[in-house]
Design a protein around this ligand. Structure first.
Ligand code: HEC
Ligand code: HEC
Ligand code: HEC
Ligand code: HEC
Ligand code: HEC
Length: 254
């Protein structure tokens, strides 16, 4: 367990040596910045020159936004009665209450389950649900036309998973994007930030209720996947909110 965490830290250090940054892009956090990134599932076939993704591996809804956001024509719709994650167009993972979260003797705030904004990420990245499993579909999309396989981000090579092709031979390996449901080796999430009101001297006090001025965000005073990652900003490697060498010290003093 500890081994993967130290591997994580080593990777962070390695990454920090070779990242290019654009701070202006952080400030100008646009909304079309998803286009052309790994989270843009529309036009993926054309982009990478295969016919087997949009419409085959997963349903092509014709809009890159609806894989996460409630479609604009259903604006204000509530996804929760259908089992959706509050405010998002994704189902709550069935594994919601069985994630193994990071724990240690030194952890200040223990957590039982991830918050909605992190469930959003896990609904694809835990590898248990198809990437196209959305609560609402855009108007005009006909389920009768759907012949897709609804594949999952999962490194196990079987017919339910993107790893059918994304095994490092047919296409790049997807296993590293498969976080799984055991989060004990990943950075802790969904805990109250330990540095609020200088509560813990190992942590910096945030610049405001939103988080830190370099873009690292707190959600309802908590640390979530999106505290460190911004899926809307591809300028920093692996969608981080700040260069890896500065990311950790945004919060950690030592
Ligand atoms: C992979 C999931 C994902 C996709 C796809 C996606 N978004 Fe987002 N979007 C997010 C997340 C997460 C946030 C919250 C980011 C934050 O807190 O900084 C967000 C925030 C936003 C916001 C800011 C509004 C707010 O609630 O603060 C807008 C506007 C937005 N997205 C528009 C879009 C549009 C337009 C598209 C399609 C071109 C799109 N998004 C695609 C995940 C996604
Ligand atoms: C609708 C499914 C879906 C959702 C929801 C989603 N992702 Fe992803 N994510 C993907 C796919 C697909 C990839 C690309 C996998 C590949 O190419 O190997 C990816 C890649 C990534 C990467 C790697 C990017 C890179 O440049 O290599 C990061 C980091 C990431 N996602 C973080 C997040 C975070 C944080 C959230 C929640 C705010 C999130 N994702 C929500 C599907 C999703
Ligand atoms: C029939 C084979 C096949 C299947 C199934 C498949 N892909 Fe792909 N995918 C490819 C090929 C080939 C490429 C282009 C080469 C590469 O990027 O490795 C590609 C590229 C991609 C890219 C673009 C990477 C980039 O650099 O922009 C993403 C994102 C992606 N696939 C996601 C997925 C996801 C998510 C699934 C499962 C829902 C999936 N693919 C299923 C064959 C496939
Ligand atoms: C404390 C900051 C932090 C938090 C919280 C965090 N990540 Fe990351 N994440 C990173 C860093 C740094 C990297 C790059 C180093 C690495 O690959 O381990 C990364 C890498 C990734 C990758 C890409 C792996 C690769 O190498 O392509 C994905 C996908 C990802 N994170 C998703 C998530 C999801 C989903 C969550 C929430 C469950 C999350 N992250 C929470 C900092 C964080
Ligand atoms: C948004 C603020 C934030 C960022 C950025 C951040 N961390 Fe953390 N980290 C925390 C909090 C909060 C805890 C849990 C502290 C507690 O509750 O005791 C934590 C815990 C940890 C732990 C577990 C310590 C223990 O007591 O078991 C490790 C290891 C860690 N972080 C490493 C990193 C690394 C490496 C990075 C950079 C990739 C990073 N952190 C970035 C806020 C952050």
């Amino acid at each position: 367990m500890k081994q993967r965490l130290s591997q994580f830290i080593r990777l962070v250090v390695a990454l920090s040596l070779g990242v290019g940054v654009s701070f202006s892009a952080l400030a100008a956090e646009g909304t079309n910045t998803i286009l052309g990134t790994k989270h843009d599932f529309t036009g993926l076939n054309k982009r990478v020159g295969v016919v087997a993704m949009s419409g085959v591996a997963f349903s092509d809804y014709g809009s890159p936004c609806v894989y996460c956001h409630i479609p604009p024509e259903q604006d204000g719709a509530d996804s929760t009665p259908f089992g959706g994650i509050e405010g998002w167009n994704r189902f709550r993972p069935a594994t919601e209450h069985s994630y193994d979260l990071y724990n240690s003797r030194t952890l200040d705030n223990k957590v039982k389950a991830p918050s909605p904004i992190s469930l959003l990420c896990l609904s694809c990245h835990d590898g248990t649900m198809g990437v196209d499993m959305t609560v609402f579909r855009p108007n005009g999309w006909r389920s009768s036309d759907d012949a897709a396989m609804h594949l999952r981000i999962n490194g196990d090579n079987n017919t339910m998973n993107c790893a059918k092709c994304h095994n490092g031979r047919v296409a790049h390996n997807i296993a590293i994007k498969h976080i799984g449901t055991d989060l004990t080796n990943d950075h802790p999430i969904s805990m109250r930030y330990a540095g609020l009101s200088s509560a813990d001297l190992d942590f910096r006090e945030p610049d405001g209720p939103y988080g830190f001025d370099n873009g690292v965000k707190l959600y309802d005073e908590r640390v979530e996947c999106a505290s460190c990652h911004n899926v809307h900003n591809p300028d920093i490697q692996v969608l981080l909110r700040d260069r890896a060498d500065r990311l950790c010290e945004t919060c950690h003093i030592k």
